[in-house]
Design a binder for this molecule. Structure first.
Ligand code: PMV
Length: 344
């Protein structure tokens, strides 16, 4: 006994604690491809993205003495891979260690779009899990700390924490690698019309792709050009110069995929439908039908960036493309936040 209190090495949570977070997916205009440290997901280069208004994940976490073990559940997902579950268990462990608790947790998570189809489900999913878990454990983390916590679970997830247009500063250590808002969501009325091409799981994970990025003979050249590209992209956003912005983001997508295609082994994300969309968008631009530009993440789906006034026109064009299965139209959105409606 010490002053009437029994010493205990670790404390359990005083009360039942439950939090729900909702977090958007994001689209990278300047891509994150390659890491300096795989374990802590410190990237080789800065990246710039936008939070999406209509594709998001919701996650409820509850720490309670009544749970004998951690329990993770996905709503509406037929296939959940072992490694996806592992990443969530790791988030719980990380948060428990930070909060100094031993209480077990129940996690329920849900996406409002298909997983692994080129919309960053790991970004929205793992940022929502990180925020809800930290909140439920009673940790009062600011956006910078939440961004770093999310990055440990999935690199691009760190960009789903801040609002609007976001830059992830690569930094040179786990402590200074996090994302922040560079322009608020309302700054510019642009849209991301996502054309989903294939509901099947992609074959090559981005984690595997990052690991072999430096086997491409073009990788070093890509990295050398990034600071200048980011400066020009930010200037285009600042000036709302849509043509300059579109040209940079489209070249950048092709640049990243050139690295993917020339890695050993080759990382090929595109399908026939991807090419159909690319040619539709390029022709529409050349024929002055609509000014839109494409970008593609680690999947076959295509993100078509246009001005909001043209989103309906772009949607119509995409609906007619062979191989397009679903379309999600987005505006710049806010980042992760707590909501009141729990999933259980
Ligand atoms: O966060 P990850 O490991 O899923 O990597 C994301 C990689 C890209 O989507 C291709 C680019 C990016 O910056 O989001």
């Amino acid at each position: 006994m010490l002053g009437g209190l029994e010493w205990s090495p670790r404390k359990n949570l005083p009360d039942y604690m439950k939090k729900t977070a909702q977090s958007p997916s994001n689209i990278a205009f300047i891509k994150y491809w390659g890491k300096t440290d795989s374990k802590t997901r410190v990237p080789t280069n800065n990246s710039v993205s936008m939070c999406l208004s209509n594709v998001f994940s919701t996650c409820t976490v509850e720490f309670d003495e009544k749970y004998q073990q951690d329990d993770v559940n996905f709503i509406d997902e037929a296939v959940v891979k072992e490694k996806e579950l592992k990443r969530i268990y790791q988030v719980i462990e990380r948060v428990r260690a930070k909060a100094g608790i031993i209480t077990k947790a129940k996690v329920v998570t849900k996406n409002n779009f298909p997983k692994a189809a080129g919309i960053a489900s790991s970004a929205s999913g793992l940022s929502a899990v990180s925020m809800a878990t930290a909140g439920a454990a009673g940790l009062n983390l600011d956006k910078k700390e939440l961004s770093k916590l999310s990055r440990l679970a999935s690199g691009s997830a760190c960009r789903s924490i801040p609002d609007g247009f976001v830059e992830w500063e690569a930094g040179n250590s786990p402590e200074n690698s996090y994302a922040k808002t560079i322009f608020e969501p309302g700054w510019w009325k642009i849209a991301d019309v996502i054309a989903v091409t294939d509901k099947k799981m992609k074959k090559i994970s981005s984690t595997s792709g990052h690991k072999i990025a430096d086997t491409s003979p073009f990788y070093k050249t890509r990295l050398a050009g990034i600071p200048d590209k980011i400066a020009k992209l930010k200037q285009a956003i600042k000036e709302k110069d849509f043509t300059a912005f579109g040209q940079i983001l489209e070249q950048e997508a092709l640049n990243m995929h050139a690295v993917c295609l020339t890695s050993t082994p080759a990382v090929i994300y595109w399908s026939g439908a991807t090419m159909n969309i690319i040619s539709t968008i390029v022709s529409a631009r050349e024929e002055n039908i609509v000014e839109a530009y494409f970008t593609i993440d680690a999947g076959s789906s295509v993100h078509v960036i246009c001005q909001q006034q043209d989103a309906a026109k772009v949607t119509k064009l995409l609906q007619a493309v062979d191989g397009v299965t679903k379309i999600y139209s987005n505006q710049p959105g806010i980042g992760a936040r707590f909501i009141e409606n729990h999933l259980f």
